[in-house]
Design a protein around this ligand. Sequence first.
Ligand code: FAD
Length: 471
Amino acid sequence: MSPAPQPIISRHVAVIGAGASGLVTARELRREGHSVVVFERGDQVGGTWVYNPKTESDSMGLNPERNTIHSSLYRSLRTNLPRECMGFSDYPFVAKDGPDRDPRRFPSHREVLMYLQDFTREFEIDELVRFETVIVRVRLVESLKWEIKSKTSGKDETIGHVVDEIFDAVVVCSGHYTQPRIAQIPGINEWPGKQMHSHNYRVPANALFEIKYVPDSTYSKIIESEVKKVAVLIGSSESAFDISLEVARVAKEVHIAARTVADETFGKQPVYDNMWLHPMIESVREDGTVFFQDGSFVLPDIILHCTGYEYHFPFLETNGIVTVDDNRVGPLYKHIFPPALAPWLSFVGLAWKAIPFPLCELQSKWIAGVLSNRFTLPSQEEMMEDVEAFYSSLEASGTPKRYTHCMGANLVVYTNWLQGQCGCPANEEWRIQMCLATFKSRLARPESYRDEWEDQQLILQAHEDFIKLTS
Ligand code: FAD
């Protein structure tokens, strides 16, 4: 005999963060009948997509005493996924008319922010959000409830007002592109030049020169008037690529040190007069020299670290149940639930090399349904076995721990699995195909893939689906 179905229950749930993942999580939780409070440190929704021209007091973003700026966007950033792929499944990211709108298929960051603002308005999520309220502590208290300590940071009389509240469940949607991750380089602490992490890169001028805040009007004047510099840029991600091209337009030389690049591509880069690709940095010296692993060396003015980010949850106290070890947040069942605390603590949006918005939507649907008892989790032991089997498979395939939450080729299987759990229709085939087509075209035409494409047929299929949704 199968067990009697559990009654559907409404929970009091705290969501940390009002970026893309917090917004969609709030919507899914409310749709499921839960009462929701979203805590947001900033004064508006959008998270990463709220561009901030200012930078942190520590350009490497490592000093814990620095002023923290959440977003890592640079001014010229355009999306690396086409808008059809990026949007939530039932709220397509289609071009809209209006002042400040950017109808391009790979739009600027501001257009993504406007899409998230539209989404917030459409689903009336604003009313759930407490802005300028930072979560300073999330602590497990007796009977598996969570005590949340929050502090207001706004400009009114409630500044510094600290509140403790009890919630049934907490969903962490705080993002993971704020805390820089740095490559270990012998001699780096004594290296005399300027160093910056891409988190604090906004425009070439703020990287190459001592300019912390570049208002738009003075930007071109600064670039034209400054002496040319030599830059070394570490990294091979999409941001590293965008930034290297942009810096190369104004620097004397750009030397890219990359770990994951084929040997035959090293050396002076075709097409560019002033760009070289090298293997990783071997060491740096007090006299300013930077040595690469192939023995070549340069004497740069700046090292730009485009080396990614660390998961960082300074507010979370779980008595050691959840840890971050070499960028693995664990143990987590399906990148979401720590088995010992499930379903009362969960994480949305940890995955990378993914299609973030629709994936967060699915993760949050599953969390909402599990919290209400509509979906059932395996036992704690079964979840732990699954996590251990997953970690063993990563180890067996030689995948470093820090790639635990990297989806890549596993995205389809993971997405299908979540859809199965939530009883949702399978992912639109065009979405995956479009992602693959974009990936290929980015490799073939890295500078122009955002303006030239060949997947017209997939765009038509996407729009057929969008029309069904909106009619
Ligand atoms: P975030 O957007 O980071 O939001 C987290 C929110 O939590 C923030 O608002 C923050 O203020 C809040 N918060 C954090 N800590 C606290 C606290 N203690 N108390 C209260 N509030 C807190 N994705 C794409 O789909 N397409 C792209 O083209 C693309 N390009 C990208 C380019 C760059 C440079 C970066 C960094 C990311 C890019 N992404 C892209 C990924 C992007 O981060 C995700 O799409 C998505 O926006 C992540 O949303 P999130 O809500 O998980 O995190």
